[in-house]
Design a protein around this ligand. Structure first.
Ligand SMILES: *[C@@H]1O[C@H](CO)[C@@H](O)[C@H](O)[C@H]1NC(C)=O
Ligand SMILES: *[C@@H]1O[C@H](CO)[C@@H](O)[C@H](O)[C@H]1NC(C)=O
Ligand SMILES: *[C@@H]1O[C@H](CO)[C@@H](O)[C@H](O)[C@H]1NC(C)=O
Ligand SMILES: *[C@@H]1O[C@H](CO)[C@@H](O)[C@H](O)[C@H]1NC(C)=O
Ligand SMILES: *[C@@H]1O[C@H](CO)[C@@H](O)[C@H](O)[C@H]1NC(C)=O
Ligand SMILES: *[C@@H]1O[C@H](CO)[C@@H](O)[C@H](O)[C@H]1NC(C)=O
Ligand SMILES: *[C@@H]1O[C@H](CO)[C@@H](O)[C@H](O)[C@H]1NC(C)=O
Ligand SMILES: *[C@@H]1O[C@H](CO)[C@@H](O)[C@H](O)[C@H]1NC(C)=O
Length: 632
């Protein structure tokens, strides 16, 4: 019965739609292939923004900025077409379009690369290893290479000859929607598969192809009414100020972008035909199911929450005992829960300064008027109370002028809280990404680098036991009014979520700053801080973000991007143009020097990276050169 109604509705829609006349001119078939609106193979048909070419042999071609690809299929209904990727250069693992850097679409045109494409980058340099792409030995590209090797008619045989690096990713991110880039310094070949089922053996994979999507076309452009059909009226386009006129559908019709016509609106007068009961029933049924599921989830969450609260209370009781018995360090005060609640106005929402991976930060005002930042660490639940408490106590004893001052701790409330001095001028990240990054002159950036390095070196070598920051990044470096840097959040990651650290890379460190060796043994060391600090140095040098999906896919990671430029001996290309403007030769030299120091910190193997202390000394030396008067 359901099918019957569906059929009626479908038929009704079809008959209504077909009443509209063709108001946009469809192009003639190209050989055997229909060319649906808005695709255009000539100046008098289709929409001129959607140009394809139909060659004399009757095949359709798609032009990119620098290249031409054959169109292998077109799906009008979903507004997609597939093009054939470039062949391999004979007997090598290099695609022919490497001379034009692979597929580069004109991003002003209404075509983009869809997320249905699984792209395999082949014959890559080891720069790709620290990209966000999957270049592991289990990556799908290896399956592909293994599965096709021995097939000498295809260049992929060459790809398997040496065990070159290859990577896999799904297209469709903002940086991959207009290009699949191949080049000498990155990957030299690619293959793309549409809607690939990863579980299939390679022999059953579809033919390679790159699927593009086109944006729904507007109504056709017209000069006079004679260009439009009887269902539409030629009139000025309100969204264009260059006097463009279009065939707008008459009342009772609407623009059907897929059909390329004005379709008559369907109005259902026949109550039976539109089956409102039935849709009501289905809707009721599905909301019923949905509500049941939601209730179950809520119940489960409530139960979990109840358990957590119970555990936390028990933990709290034990913690209090411990803290009273501890005779440890005296450098920071023990705040009571009451004091903290008063200072934060009982954790009032309007005191919330921010929330990060490690918990929430509140602004507090102590009874003597001191403004403070109060951090509540989110706790991992596998850590023993003793351990947490011990770490809190250690943290409460470090003090250095280049660290955000820890004024005290409080373990009376459910979570341990830490009370810091309040640094008013925001994080380095915001300054580098803000409109007035000009304020950050080269020498002030060097000073920030130096101060930060000293703070970290103190944590590594003077705190007992040593503290590894584990989350060095430009958003954890705070600046005061005079742009003095202060390192914040040190050691907090030890308190947080350690139970997740083996599964989730978000649990420790931050993508873009994370030591690549972390993936080998899941351990962060002092040299991991050095790596992250190397990325901060690059941010200071380039004013770019550590991870930026607006850069091309293989450059998303700042560390990778700059290392590539260094390999190409173009390190100065990476430097923030504002810094280079009017810089003396001496200053330019020190920028280069800092760039090389950063790359040293980013060495793949930990043992090759300098220690934080050495980094601090090196920056000091660079500063002494930058501030010296040039010799006459
Ligand atoms: C990989 O690319 C390089 C650089 O274009 C090329 O010389 C080499 O032959 C390629 N590797 C294979 C196995 O074809
Ligand atoms: C691609 O074409 C554009 C203009 O059409 C040109 O500026 C650019 O240099 C070309 N790029 C390559 C890699 O050939
Ligand atoms: C990209 O397309 C726009 C719109 O048609 C055109 O004006 C522009 O010249 C194209 N850019 C290149 C580099 O071909
Ligand atoms: C890479 O891809 C393989 C195969 O799809 C998968 O098993 C593996 O977990 C992926 N690795 C990463 C780091 O994403
Ligand atoms: C490579 O392919 C062969 C079959 O062609 C298969 O037996 C083997 O397991 C594959 N190796 C890997 C590492 O996938
Ligand atoms: C070898 O490649 C050709 C052309 O791409 C393909 O038709 C054929 O199925 C492949 N053979 C194997 C064994 O994969
Ligand atoms: C590609 O175009 C489609 C159709 O307009 C749009 O929905 C999608 O967001 C675009 N994708 C990207 C990454 O721009
Ligand atoms: C016709 O349908 C379109 C959308 O389908 C709607 O925007 C328009 O207002 C309708 N016009 C009339 C006269 O019902």
């Amino acid at each position: 019965m359901d099918y019957y109604y569906l059929l009626v509705i479908t038929l009704l829609l079809l008959t209504c739609a077909s009443k509209g006349a063709l108001s946009a001119r469809r192009c003639p078939d190209c050989g055997p292939t229909p060319v649906p609106y808005p695709l255009s193979t000539g100046p008098t048909c289709g929409d001129q923004l959607y140009k394809l070419r139909c060659n004399a042999g009757g095949s359709l071609l798609f032009d990119t900025l620098n290249n031409t690809y054959a169109v292998t299929s077109i799906s009008r209904e979903i507004q997609r077409l597939t093009i054939q990727p470039s062949p391999f250069l004979s007997n090598t693992c290099v695609t022919a379009d490497i001379s034009t850097q692979g597929i580069q679409l004109n991003s002003s045109l209404p075509f983009n690369i869809t997320s249905s494409n699984t792209i395999l980058y082949l014959n890559c340099t080891n720069l790709l290893l620290s990209s966000p792409l999957n270049c592991t030995s289990s990556s799908l590209c290896h399956t592909f290479i293994n599965g096709t090797s021995g097939n000498a008619t295809d260049g992929t045989a060459a790809c398997g000859r040496n065990s070159e690096i290859c990577c896999t990713f799904r297209a469709g991110g903002s940086s991959t929607s207009y290009s699949i880039r191949v080049r000498d310094a990155g990957c030299r070949a690619y293959r793309s598969f549409v809607n690939l089922d990863y579980s299939l053996p390679v022999s059953r994979w579809p033919q390679p192809g790159v699927e593009l999507q086109w944006i729904s076309p507007r109504e056709p452009v017209c000069g006079t009414q004679s260009d439009c059909d009887s269902d539409s009226t030629c009139g000025p386009d309100p969204s264009s100020n260059s006097g463009v006129r279009r065939c707008f559908c008459n009342s009772g019709f609407h623009w059907d972008a897929i059909g390329g016509l004005c379709a008559q609106n369907v109005t259902c007068q026949d109550a039976d035909g539109c089956g409102s009961n039935r849709t009501g029933l289905i809707a009721g049924l599905s909301t019923g199911l949905g509500a049941g599921l939601i209730l179950a989830i809520i119940g489960f969450l409530l139960y979990k929450r109840h358990q957590r609260i119970k555990e936390a209370k028990e933990r709290l009781a034990r913690e209090r005992e411990e803290i009273l018995n501890s005779g440890g360090g005296k450098s920071a005060k023990n705040f009571t829960g009451k004091e903290i609640k008063k200072a934060t106005n009982n954790f009032s929402r309007d005191r919330l300064l921010g929330a990060g991976g490690y918990g929430e930060v509140y602004k507090g005002i102590l009874s003597d008027g001191t403004v403070v930042a109060i951090k509540c660490a989110k706790l991992g639940n596998t850590k023993g109370t003793d351990q947490v408490l011990n770490e809190v106590r250690i943290l409460c004893q470090v003090n250095h002028k280049n660290l955000v001052g820890l004024l005290g701790c409080c373990v009376e409330l459910e979570q341990p809280l830490m009370v810091y001095e309040y640094v008013p001028n925001g994080a380095l990240l915001d300054h580098l990404q803000g409109l007035n990054r000009k304020q950050l002159s080269w020498t002030s950036r060097l000073d920030i680098a130096h101060t930060t390095a000293e703070g970290l070196a103190y944590l590594h070598s003077s705190a007992v036991p040593p503290i590894y920051h584990r989350d060095v990044k430009s958003s954890n470096i705070l600046l005061d009014e005079k742009l003095n840097a202060k390192v914040s959040d040190f050691g907090l990651s030890r308190l947080a979520h350690t139970d997740l650290s083996h599964i989730s890379t978000c649990a420790q460190g931050t993508i873009g700053y994370l030591d690549p060796e972390y993936y080998k043994n899941y351990q962060l060391t002092d040299k991991s801080d050095v790596y992250s600090f190397g990325v901060v140095l690059l941010e200071l040098l380039t004013s770019q973000k550590a991870v930026d999906f607006n850069r091309p896919m293989d450059d998303v990671n700042l560390a990778v991007y700059v290392r590539r430029l260094v390999e190409e001996e173009k390190i100065m290309d990476a430097v923030d143009p504002i810094l280079k403007e009017g810089a003396t030769n001496l200053e330019l030299d020190t920028m280069k020097a800092l760039g090389f120091l950063a790359v040293g910190c980013l060495e793949e193997h930990r043992q090759n990276r300098p220690s934080m202390k050495e980094v601090a000394e090196e920056i000091e030396y660079i500063i002494s050169i930058a501030k010296s008067k040039p010799a006459e």
